[in-house]
Design a protein around this ligand. Structure first.
Ligand code: SF4
Length: 553
C-alpha cells in the first residue's frame, strides 16, 4: 500500500509502526511529492518496489546529528542537492548571495549549504562510518568527473572523491536506484551498474581512458584536452585515473516510454508536504503543468540538459498524459487551466530519429538540421487538443516555451492553431542571441529567421483576434560575445519585438558543460580554436547592463 506522503520525521515513522527504514533520501529542497521533484520520484520508485523510504528535507548542517533522525537505514542514504546545483541556488551570475530559493518553503534562501552534496555526505560519514552513500541529482551528475567550477574559479576533482560516497548515479536515476537497492538488499557489490559512476582500483575491460585527473587539474590546455575526450565519448564506458584508482562511468540504461508512463502513474500527492507553512514557489509554477517527454536534441553548449537527460527524445504515451491531466483536473482548486504540456522544449514531443539515435553527433540541430530528424509538431498539438477534451479543462497553453525554428521548419501552417488555441497572451522562445558568431560558440544555430517567425506569430495572433506577445530569452556574457554583439542584439530585439525584454540571463558556466570548458580555457575544446571570453566582473556587468540599464532608466 502506498502512503499519501513519504515520512519526513521520526514521529511519522513511529505512527506507521516502522522500526527502521530501508533508505533515507536527503534533499536540499522542500519535499514536494510531485514528479518534477527528484527526491519524490526516487522515493516513490523505491516504495513501488517494496522498500521503506524516508525523506530528510533541508536538514540543518552544522552538526551530523540531523542525519540520525530516522536511525541507521538498513540499506543506504541517498543524497541530492535538489532540483538545481546548490552553488547556483546560492549565488547569482555575479557571485552575489541570493536571498530567495524557489524550491524552499516560502521561497526563503539559505536553507541549504553551499556544496550541499559534499556537506550532506560528510555528515553521514561522521554519523555512520559504513552505511553506503548514493549520490544523485544534477549537482552530482554534472560533477562526476573533474570539472571547472565557476564559484571557485578552478577545476575541481570528481565529487565522488570529496563526498567519500560509494556510488554516483548520473542522468535520470530511476533504474539505477532500484538496481542499487536490490544489490544492497541481496548483499551484492555496487559495481558495474549501468548509469552510475564508481571509484575502483582496476580498469574495466573496454573502458575508454580519459586523460588522468591530475593532468586535467594541471592547466587550461590540459583541461581542454580532457574535456574534448569526455564530451565526444560521454555515452561510452569511461575511466579516468585518479591517484592509484579510476573513476569509472557506466553508460546510462535506455529509458523507454512504457517505463516513463509507469513512473508518472505512481501515487504522487502532487503537493508540498503538509507540514510546510508557506508555498513552495517552484512548485506553484508547475502545479498544473505536465511533462510530456525527456531529452533534448539541441545540444546547446551552455545547457546541462543534454549531458543529464540525453539527446534522445523519450515521449510518454498520450494515454498517460491524459490520465495525468484528469488527475490535475480533479484536484481541489484547479481553475481549468493546464499551463503546460511539454519538456525541455515543449514542441520536441514526438520527435524521432530515422537512424535510431545511434550516431555520434552531439546535436541533431548543429551545425545544421540532421536529415534523419523526424520532427512531429502535429503529435504535440494533438496532445494539447486532446487535453482540452478532459472534463474540467478549459485552457491548455504552452507555459515553458517552444523551439520556434524547429516548429517553423516542420510546418509553419500549424502556427495558426498554436496562436489561436494554446497561447496565454505571451509565448516564450529562447533565441539566446542574435549574433551568428556567438550562436556558433553556443552551438545554437537559428534554423529559421527570428524576424520571419515574429511576423508570422503576430499575424497568426491577429487572425485569431488576439493581442499576444513573444517573450524572448536572451543571454549576455557567453563566450564569443563582445560588447558590440550585445549592442547589435539590443537594436535587433527592440526592432523585432517592440520592447526591451527582461529575460536576459548573464551566462553562468555550469559544471561539465561545453560552455564552461570554453569559459575556463578560452578555447573551444572541440576545434582547438581560441574564443573571446568576457571574464572579469566589470566586463560581464557591462555586457549585461546593455539590456538592464535601459529598463531602469
Ligand atoms: S542521426 Fe541525426 S537525428 Fe539521429 S541522433 Fe544523429 S544527429 Fe540526431
Amino acid at each position: 500500500m502506498s502512503l499519501q506522503f513519504l515520512p519526513i520525521s521520526r514521529d511519522e515513522i513511529e505512527r506507521l509502526g516502522w522500526r527502521s527504514v530501508d533508505a533515507v533520501l536527503i534533499t536540499g529542497d522542500a519535499y514536494v511529492d510531485h514528479p518534477s521533484f527528484g527526491a519524490a520520484v526516487i522515493g516513490r520508485v523505491l516504495e513501488a518496489e517494496g522498500y521503506r523510504v524516508a525523506i530528510l528535507s533541508m536538514p540543518p548542517w552544522r552538526t551530523a546529528e540531523a542525519v540520525t533522525v530516522f536511525g541507521r537505514p538498513r540499506l543506504f542514504f541517498g543524497v541530492t542537492s535538489g532540483n538545481v546545483d546548490s552553488m547556483l541556488a546560492r549565488f547569482t551570475a555575479f557571485r552575489k548571495v541570493r536571498n530567495d530559493d524557489p524550491y524552499a518553503p516560502g521561497g526563503a534562501g539559505g536553507g541549504k549549504p553551499e556544496r550541499a552534496v559534499i556537506v550532506y555526505a560528510n555528515m553521514i560519514r561522521a554519523a555512520y562510518k559504513d552505511v553506503p552513500i548514493v549520490l544523485g541529482g544534477i549537482e552530482a551528475s554534472m560533477r562526476r568527473f573533474a570539472h571547472y567550477d565557476f564559484w571557485d574559479d578552478r577545476v575541481r576533482r570528481s565529487i565522488l572523491l570529496d563526498s567519500r560516497a560509494d556510488i554516483l548515479v548520473h542522468g535520470m536515476g530511476e533504474a539505477q536506484i532500484v538496481e542499487i537497492a536490490d544489490r544492497l538488499n541481496a548483499g551484492a557489490a555496487l559495481s558495474d551498474i549501468p548509469g552510475t559512476v564508481e571509484v575502483r582500483r582496476d580498469l574495466p575491460a573496454g573502458a575508454h581512458l580519459l586523460p588522468p585527473e591530475a593532468e586535467a587539474l594541471k592547466d587550461r590546455d590540459a583541461y581542454a584536452r580532457f574535456y574534448r575526450e569526455f564530451y565526444l565519448n560521454q555515452h561510452r564506458l569511461l575511466a579516468q585515473e585518479s591517484g592509484k584508482r579510476y573513476i569509472v562511468q557506466h553508460p546510462s540504461p535506455r529509458m523507454e516510454s512504457e517505463r516513463l508512463d509507469a513512473i508518472y502513474r505512481l501515487p504522487f500527492a502532487r503537493l508540498p508536504h503538509p507540514s510546510y507553512g508557506g508555498e513552495v514557489p517552484g512548485f506553484s509554477v508547475i502545479r498544473d503543468s505536465i511533462t510530456s517527454h525527456r531529452g533534448c536534441v539541441s545540444g546547446c553548449a551552455f545547457c546541462s540538459l543534454g549531458l543529464h537527460q540525453g539527446r534522445r527524445i523519450v515521449p510518454r504515451s498520450a494515454g498517460s498524459i491524459m490520465e495525468e491531466t484528469a488527475r490535475i483536473s480533479a484536484a481541489n482548486g484547479f481553475g481549468g487551466h493546464i499551463t503546460d504540456i511539454g519538456g525541455p522544449s515543449a514542441n520536441m514531443y514526438g520527435t524521432d530519429c530515422a537512424a535510431g539515435w545511434k550516431c555520434a553527433r552531439e546535436s541533431c540541430l548543429h551545425p545544421d538540421l540532421c536529415p534523419n530528424l523526424r520532427i512531429n509538431t502535429r503529435s504535440w498539438l494533438k496532445l494539447l487538443r486532446q487535453a482540452l477534451g478532459v472534463p474540467g479543462v478549459k485552457h491548455v497553453t504552452v507555459g515553458s516555451g517552444i523551439r520556434y525554428d524547429l516548429f517553423m521548419r516542420d510546418d509553419p501552417s500549424l502556427l495558426d492553431d498554436l496562436a489561436r488555441n494554446h497561447v496565454s497572451g505571451q509565448l516564450k522562445i529562447a533565441p539566446e542571441h542574435t549574433s551568428v558568431g556567438v550562436l556558433d560558440v553556443m552551438r545554437k544555430k537559428h534554423l529559421y529567421g527570428l524576424e520571419e517567425f515574429a511576423e508570422a506569430f503576430f499575424a497568426a495572433s491577429r487572425k485569431a483576434g488576439k493581442r499576444q506577445y513573444l517573450l524572448p530569452y536572451l543571454m549576455s556574457c557567453h563566450p564569443g560575445c563582445r560588447m558590440a554583439d550585445m549592442k547589435a542584439m539590443r537594436e535587433r530585439v527592440l526592432t523585432t519585438f517592440g520592447f526591451m525584454p527582461e529575460q536576459v540571463q548573464a551566462f553562468i558556466p555550469l559544471p561539465l558543460t561545453l560552455s564552461s570548458a570554453i569559459y575556463h580555457t578560452g578555447l573551444d575544446p572541440l576545434t582547438g580554436e581560441k574564443v573571446f571570453v568576457a571574464r572579469g566582473e566589470q566586463e560581464r556587468r557591462g555586457q549585461h547592463d546593455v539590456f538592464h540599464k535601459k529598463r531602469n532608466s
